[in-house]
Design a protein around this ligand. Sequence first.
Ligand code: BES
Ligand code: MN
Ligand code: ZN
Length: 498
Amino acid sequence: MKFSLSTKSVTEDNTHCLMVPVVSGKRLPAVTAALDRASGGSISAAIKAGDISTSHGKTLLLRSLPGIASERVLLVGCGKPDNLEPSQFVTILQAAGQAVKSLGCTNATCWLTTLKVTKRDQQWNLAMAVQTFSRSAYSFNELKSTKKPVARLKRIALCIDNATPAAKKIARRTLGIHTAIAAGVELARNLGNRPGNVCTPVYLAAQAKTLAKELDLKIDILNEQRMDELGMGSLLSVGRGSREESRLIVLEYSGAKTSVRPTVLVGKGVTFDAGGISLKPASGMEEMKYDMCGAASVLGTIKAAAIAKLPVNVVGIIPAVENMPDGLANKPGDVVTSMSGKTIEIINTDAEGRLILADALTYAERYNPAVVIDIATLTGAALVALGHHVSGLLGNDQQLVDALLTAGLESHDRVWQLPMLDEYQQQLKSNIADISNVGGRTAGTVTAACFLSRFAEKQRWAHLDIAGTAWVSGKNKDATGRPVPLLTQFLINSITKH
Ligand code: BES
Ligand code: MN
Ligand code: ZN
């Protein structure tokens, strides 16, 4: 999808579809009023007849209006005038995106971006439009033998109110950055949606290599022998029950001077999680192909940063394994030694994410990171606690946590902090090894983070549990590409600080 700034007058714009707002009350928004006048009152007539609801996200398509150059006008309900919450604005864009998707248009002009949104500015509106429209154009059909027709819509022009040359320049940069983020989201979605027999640890490594070539990034892929030499006994134990070889992928993007300490992103890359000997129930297990969405978000974020040429340094570290039951697999009660030297008693082989992240977090130390953020589909408990709207956030540095909360609001890829109090650490006690890999029935997301914190003691570290946000479940299962927007926004916000 290509985005540009629109410079045309609404009545003379010969685009295939104009997306314009309607609101409750007597007065139409200025742009819609202009169309109404030019078309001899066609829009007010439709409203009067009760053909359109002004509720958020209701749409009505009008065709071939007299006096208007565009073939179609899509009226989009935007609620009350001058009182639009950020999430309502996104709902409106989603509805408009879905509506134009089903039309025969290849291009469109969006005037919804000129709406005033509470506590948000023009750039935010543009950002949301780019991301929402890109998202609605996506479909995953590469594994169908007969391809569904791909989205026809190719170009969307976005309108802004204050079109001074300076404002246009800023707006164009916004479009560029968010088009880059959309490309990162698309990559993360594609990787997430690919099944476990396609997207294996070795495949993920190959994808990272391709990305490195495309964008001129530094890459290192560690095989099992090299991980063994480093003493990554915890990570390696998870992949031992699988026919697929494990990998540790290290991808570096350097957009800033080498003296700038990098942000290290660690992404859980379990390409399929059967649970191991602590086997998962059959129902819904197919969705455990999404257990590498943390890894996918790291690759997506690095792609976005590199395309947008952000002046930041990022290191992506991805432990990639498959978790299967087998004669060589971990058994409940087994004890493994991590790279940090700490020993771990494996009470449940299905708590494998933390086992691979532990060694990846220790490996991160060698990059002398400014901060480390790990991203993982780590616990079913995150779904229970938070549902699908926010990702769980925990960390050992409140400043870093606050920066992620802010980036979440700005990107509309939201997160919610859970408490990581010392008291919870008690639940991880083992009488056999240094630490147990599970913390009992209660506060599963917190105790999982507590486990990770033991391997991040030397670093400013935060953890994102994306179990509820990385994909949509059920018949229409689909990766979301989250939290690529959040992480990229976090990187953007970190720029001014050095
Ligand atoms: N990948 C799962 C977590 C998960 C489950 C994410 C369902 C999304 C949906 C993780 O490896 C896991 O199995 N966690 C266990 C931990 C438990 C054994 C302590 C869980 O959440 O049940
Ligand atoms: Mn598991
Ligand atoms: Zn898992």
